[in-house]
Design a binder for this molecule. Structure first.
Ligand code: ADP
Length: 161
């Protein structure tokens, strides 16, 4: 989904903002799950749901519905269905925009980002993150339904002013 909300307003979103992040099958097979999770944990975001799933084709087609008809669509669906995905929900202030920045751009991501540090090709870019609040809500519903665990964030006062 293409987001129209200005990035700056997203950064000041509430502490309860939640996004959908997925480690794609290349990330799982390359044993990068731990490193990717570590980046979000170290930033200060809170993990509120996680599962490993071999996604059915219909789920991936629905997830990437906006790309249907594009030249890379079938390859993209094959790629996501080609192995297990680690699906997660992460919570925190501005987590949607901040996690997108941490992931890096779709193509030619900058060094220092997850994609920039660990991947080369756009079609093997390791990680997905919702690009706006509407997308996060839609993707969480699609991959998790209502499943998440709301637990007290014990270090919240050390992360937020
Ligand atoms: P992002 O994942 O950064 O939000 P998009 O929503 O534009 O990017 O694209 C979804 C996914 O489709 C990308 O992460 C990438 O895996 C794949 N993709 C996008 N553009 C291309 C392309 N030109 N060729 C191959 N794969 C692509």
């Amino acid at each position: 989904m293409r987001c129209v909300i200005a990035r700056t307003s997203q950064l000041h979103a509430s502490l309860t903002q939640t996004t959908f992040i997925a480690v794609k099958p290349d990330g799982v097979n390359r044993r990068l799950v731990g490193k990717i999770i570590q980046r979000f944990e170290e930033k200060g975001f809170q993990l509120v749901a996680m599962k490993m799933i071999q996604p059915p084709r219909e789920l991936v087609e629905e997830h990437y519905a906006e790309h249907k008809g594009k030249g890379f669509y079938n390859g993209l669906v094959d790629y996501l269905c080609g192995g297990p995905v680690v699906a997660m929900q992460w919570k925190g202030k501005g987590v949607i925009a901040r996690s997108r920045a941490m992931m890096g751009a779709t193509k030619d991501a900058a060094p220092g980002t997850i994609r920039g540090d660990f991947s080369i090709e756009v079609g093997r870019n390791l990680v997905h993150g919702s690009d706006c609040a509407e997308a996060a809500e839609r993707e969480i519903k699609l991959w998790f339904g209502e499943d998440k665990i709301n637990y007290e964030d014990a270090c919240e006062k050390w992360i937020y002013e």
